[in-house]
Design a protein around this ligand. Structure first.
Ligand SMILES: Nc1ncnc2c1ncn2[C@@H]1O[C@H](COP(=O)(O)OP(=O)(O)OP(=O)(O)O)[C@@H](O)[C@H]1O
Length: 388
């Protein structure tokens, strides 16, 4: 099928409107507001639009799941928030407002090191003083401070995130020292406490081990301990439980739930809808680099509105689904360098109707006022009729 050319002006006209809260300053605004994010990869002469106008909000103390088939742009979206992208990627447009004030809890305002064992200049007090900051426009030096200090990261495979040649003690204490959280004298004690907090037995002994000497589950815990050392306001977790067995998965989710209850906002990338149901408050469904539906978790998982969300739920197993037939979504996602005109899902959608679904990109209108933290329920489909 030939691909119609699109002008930049066309793109702008068709961009979905997002009805989230404005990223205003102060503790009541969202902790994170992603607006109209576009990320492109170069493939020879082609441009692959991996993320194509993504917007969402996250409030402190809530968890947002980003779900979708493989290649839908979940990881690229998450990594863009921290500007940790491959060299051939380019953030073409958008804003990522990080409102650290919204994530600062009372305890954070107290200096935890009154004895003075704390290097000047890089501690908590200099964080986020100016209200929301657009992370895409911070200088690289400032961004390095935000990464790992104000925003923690947990990945699918701890071996990727940890240095295999350094003991946990070296990695954890250096993390604290680099971010100026405390001085040398206190760093080891904090690191041991952090390992104990995530349920690693005998932390005094384990801290002397290398990552490869730990089991997969223990390594994931150690990575969470490292991410939480600085009490970040936001945690980005990319498939944190995919590489571990079901029992450890549950333990890790419970651990992350404690982190959330302490006020940290969590963006969780997952293709496991059971994980989203168990852990997350709100869900964003991505298809071909765009958000197609956004709602609170129970609304989305119990009564999806977008035909793609319906298909995704029908093709995944969740605990308790014994006996339910699985219905895979017909066809395959599009090549992101040759996105079909109209709704990108239309070639796979049984409800698609000419001409509109085939020619016009659907917006993301509010379909019901919903109970989610995302400002109501939205679905980008011409066939979804908004609630009266
Ligand atoms: N380094 C890269 N070079 C070119 N294209 C890339 C690169 N990394 C990702 N992409 C493309 O960007 C798109 C989105 O990828 P992404 O990894 O975000 O998908 P995902 O939804 O996280 O998938 P998965 O669940 O498999 O991790 C895919 O089409 C992928 O091919």
């Amino acid at each position: 099928m030939s691909t119609p050319t699109r002008s930049r002006a066309d793109d702008r006209r068709r961009r979905p409107e997002f009805r989230g809260t404005e990223p205003g300053p102060g503790p009541d605004g969202p902790l994170l507001s992603v607006r109209d994010l576009h990320v492109h990869f170069r493939r020879g002469k082609e441009v692959l639009r991996a993320v194509d106008g993504v917007s969402f909000d996250l409030h402190a103390g809530r968890a947002l799941a980003i779900v979708g088939e493989s290649g839908s742009g979940k990881t690229v979206t998450a990594r863009s928030l921290l500007r940790l992208l491959p060299r051939n990627a380019r953030i073409a447009d958008g804003q990522v407002w990080f409102n650290h004030a919204a994530g600062v809890r009372d305890a954070d305002h107290a200096d935890p090191h009154p004895g003075g064992d704390r290097p000047a200049g890089r501690g908590r007090r200099d964080r986020g003083a100016a209200g929301p900051r657009d992370l895409l426009r911070l200088g690289e030096r400032e961004m390095r401070r935000v990464r790992g200090r104000d925003i923690g990261m947990v990945f699918q495979n701890a071996m990727e995130a940890m240095n295999p040649t350094l003991t946990l003690e070296r990695q954890l204490t250096e993390h604290l020292l680099w971010h100026g959280i405390c001085g040398k004298a206190e760093a080891r004690d904090r690191a041991v406490r952090a390992l104990g907090d995530v349920g690693i037995p005998e932390p005094e002994r384990r801290i002397r081990t290398y990552p490869f000497q730990l089991s997969g589950g223990m390594r994931q815990r150690a990575m969470i301990a490292m991410a939480m050392l600085t009490q970040p306001a936001l945690l980005i977790a990319d498939e944190p439980t995919t590489a571990v067995d079901v029992t450890v998965q549950r333990q890790i989710l419970d651990l992350l739930a404690e982190v959330k209850n302490r006020g940290t906002g969590i963006v969780m990338i997952t293709h496991d809808l059971g994980v989203a149901r168990y852990f997350c408050d709100d869900v964003v469904v991505m298809y071909a680099g765009r958000v197609v539906e956004r709602a609170s978790t129970p609304e989305l998982l119990d009564s999806p509105r977008h035909p793609y969300s319906v298909g995704l739920l029908g093709s995944c197993v969740e605990i308790g689904d014994r006996g339910r037939p699985l219905t895979p979504i017909q066809g395959a996602p599009p090549d992101l360098a040759r996105r079909p005109q109209g709704c990108a899902f239309h070639p796979r959608c049984a409800q698609a109707e000419a001409p509109r679904c085939l020619t016009d990109q659907p917006l993301l209108p509010l379909v019901s006022s919903g109970s989610g933290g995302t400002g109501g329920r939205e679905a980008a489909c011409w066939k979804v009729v908004p609630d009266a």
